[in-house]
Design a protein around this ligand. Structure first.
Ligand SMILES: [Zn+2]
Length: 211
């Protein structure tokens, strides 16, 4: 069984949002176009309390982009984004959400950030995504969404280490490129870890085993 995992396609990461990922909205038609290829479609949402420690404003005298330690774990500071139940945390209205069977929530604990769709950054808690995929008999996962160089990458790396045959759909994903080459480095990291990086037009070839 094949699953598409749509990572954090939420208003705050798109134009007019609070943490804009360049060209983020360009992936929406791509996702809408490919979602029927999969046996299971799930999504994650970044879903933070307003007091989340990944927000620069929740630390004294700290700026966005600085790295601080939260409980001895390095944390990059972001603008506030995806506060739970806010408009910014919702899916964009043009994303086809009817196909999404289940949504998994990330970053809900104010003290720990959560880049992967499977676990928080300290792997103290899991989101339930692995159990759900197991219950559906999923063996192949296709990861896409926002941001390629953070949450997409860490979800794909965890999927691979959990034993799934793992693909990342590049044109259905966009990155922040916070530091120059972050996206390119993320793609390299994924490939080195055995994740296949593909384009959406290659899906049929992949499914037929020719890839
Ligand atoms: Zn976040």
């Amino acid at each position: 069984m094949r699953a598409l995992i749509i990572i954090d396609v939420q208003n705050d990461f798109l134009t007019d949002g609070l943490l804009v990922v360049p060209e983020g909205e360009q992936i929406i038609p791509v996702l809408n176009n490919i979602n029927h290829h999969f046996d299971v479609v799930v999504a994650t949402k970044d879903w933070h309390p307003a007091t989340h420690k990944s927000f620069a404003r929740n630390h004294e005298d700290r700026e966005v982009g600085e790295i601080v330690e939260v409980n001895e774990v390095p944390q990059i500071l972001w603008p506030p984004h995806c506060v739970k139940e806010s408009h910014g945390a919702e899916f964009p209205s043009d994303l086809n959400t009817e196909v999404i069977e289940k949504v998994f929530w990330k970053g809900t604990n104010e003290d720990i950030d959560d880049y992967s769709g499977f676990y928080d950054n300290e792997k103290l808690n899991d989101t339930g995504l692995h159990d759900f995929l197991q219950s559906k008999g999923v063996t192949e996962v296709y990861v896409a969404g926002i941001a390629l160089d953070f949450c997409v990458k860490f979800t794909a790396l965890d999927a691979k280490s959990l034993g799934y045959k793992t693909f990342m759909i590049e044109d259905a994903s966009r990155g922040i490129n916070y530091r120059p080459n972050d996206v390119q480095n993320a793609i390299t990291d994924m490939k080195v870890s055995g994740i296949r990086v593909i384009k959406s037009y290659e899906l049929e070839k992949v499914f037929s085993g020719d890839y």
